[in-house]
Design a protein around this ligand. Sequence first.
Ligand SMILES: [Ca+2]
Ligand SMILES: [Ca+2]
Length: 77
Amino acid sequence: MRIFWLASCTLITISFNSLALDVKQRFDHLDKDKNGFLSLEELSSQPHLKKHIAQWDENKDQQISLLEFKHYLTNKS
Ligand SMILES: [Ca+2]
Ligand SMILES: [Ca+2]
């Protein structure tokens, strides 16, 4: 029973990590100039996010940071 519990915890940890990794990979893929932010131009392949950038650009710098991108991916409906 203890082993089963440990295995469940490990699985949960792995799936959390892979989600975080997935966000980072998607972000890096979109961040063409690798400056750590997604400009409106770089969001051209993400029309939904581009359209709603005002909603997700939390510090209103007209760019999406990794954190803002993560919020978008985890909260969009
Ligand atoms: Ca960029
Ligand atoms: Ca921003």
